[in-house]
Design a protein around this ligand. Sequence first.
Ligand SMILES: [Zn+2]
Length: 136
Amino acid sequence: MVKQGVIPDDLTKPFWEAANEERLVIQNCTACNRLQHPPVATCRQCGSGDNLEWKGMSGRAKIYNYTVVYDTPIRMLQDNQPFNLAVVMLDEDPGIQMYSHLPGTPVDEVPVGASVEVIFEATANGQKVPEWRVAG
Ligand SMILES: [Zn+2]
């Protein structure tokens, strides 16, 4: 399904640029050795902004839970209703969670706990976004 375009800002730009290169990167504090997402200007643990880097991820995750959307207010997605909306946890850190429509998985047949792999889909303005597909 075609999704709304994303407009990166200064803080999120490295994340979106990596997505356009089909790489998943997550903000990491090298002082705390701790990942955080979505990106913010300072580490949520030590409060410093000096040790933040963008760390490449394996692109593997597991499905934590999901819901089925029947009535979205986002007009661009209404033609695709109903659709899955899953939460996935990155293998590197289950505390880092991302949403997915799980392309290829039938509505309401989401295998909770299954492994998924990142793919990248172009949105309406061409910006690619991470999506997740159940690993075969
Ligand atoms: Zn820190």
